[in-house]
Ligand binder design. Sequence first.
Ligand SMILES: C[S@@+](CC[C@H](N)C(=O)[O-])C[C@H]1O[C@@H](n2cnc3c(N)ncnc32)[C@H](O)[C@@H]1O
Length: 285
Amino acid sequence: MPSLRELLKDLIPGDLLKLVPSSFDIVGSRAGAVAIVEIPEELEPYKRVIAEKIMELHKNVRAVYRKLGERTGEYRVRELELIGGESVREVLHKEHGYLLKLDVTQVYFSPREATERQRVASKVKPGEFVVVMFAGVGPFAIAIAKKQPLVDKVVAIEINPVAYKYMVENIRLNRLEGKVVPVLGDVREEAPKFAGKADRVVMPLPKGAYMYLREAFACFKREGGVLHFYYWDREDDLFKRGFEIVRKSAEEHGFKAELQEARVVSPYAPRVYKLAFDVLLSRRI
Ligand SMILES: C[S@@+](CC[C@H](N)C(=O)[O-])C[C@H]1O[C@@H](n2cnc3c(N)ncnc32)[C@H](O)[C@@H]1O
C-alpha cells in the first residue's frame, strides 16, 4: 500500500509535502470507520485533498476529521473538524475480540492504547475484584473481562454521561452484563462505595490521576493489591516522579509500594510521555 505522502506527491508542493502526517488514527471496523488526523496550519489549503487520499487508501473510512487543538476539560475530548466524507460520528470499533461503540466527537477514545489495555488485562487473575476509574466507553473494563472471564467483577466509573451511555451499550454488546458494573459519576463520590473490596485498581487519567490516589487506596482490600497508575512526565526524569507520588501516598494510607513495571505508553508532547506504572501494594505492619 502506498503511503499518504506518496499519494499526495503531485498535489502538494515539495516543501509542504514533508509536513503531511505519516500516521493517523482510524476508529471503527471494516464495515465503517472514521479517520482522525493532525494537519498543520501550513497544509490548511490542502486539507480536503488529504482527506480524499486517506479515504482512497482506506476504503472503509467514511469521514475524515482534523484535530483542532488538544483534549480539554474534564471529559478529555477535543474539537474535530470534518474535512472529508459524510458527517459520520458514531462507529463500532473492533479490537482484540471485543466491540466498542462510540461517538468520536463526544468521548475520549484512543485506538493506540489497545496494546496497553491487553497488557493490563493479561495480569488479572481469576476471582479478582477490579475497579477501573475514569472508564470512558469501557475499553479497559471490557478488555479485562474478556481476557479473564473468571474475574469476579469489574466496576467501571465514568463521569461523562455520553461515555457512560456508550459503556452500558458496550457491556451489552460484549455480553458482559453482571461482570462489568458501570457506574455514572465522579470517582470522588463513587469509588468510596467500593471501599475495601478491590484487588486491583486502574487509573487511566494521566492528567490528574494522582489527585484521586486517596480514593484508590480506600478501594483496596486490607492486604493490598495492584495499582495501575498513569502519569505524564518529561524524558529527562521519566519514571522517578510518578512512582514517588504513588509511594508517598501509599505510605500515608498504610501501604508499602513496590514498583513491578513501568513503561512508556505513548508520546504526548515533544519530550513528554504518557507513562504506566504497575505498583504492588502490601499492608505495612
Ligand atoms: C483519558 S480518558 C480515559 C477513558 C478510558 N479509560 C479509555 O482508556 O479510553 C479519562 C476519562 O475519565 C473521565 N473522568 C474525568 N474525571 C473524572 C472523575 N472525577 N470521575 C469519573 N470520571 C472522570 C473522563 O470523562 C474521561 O472519559
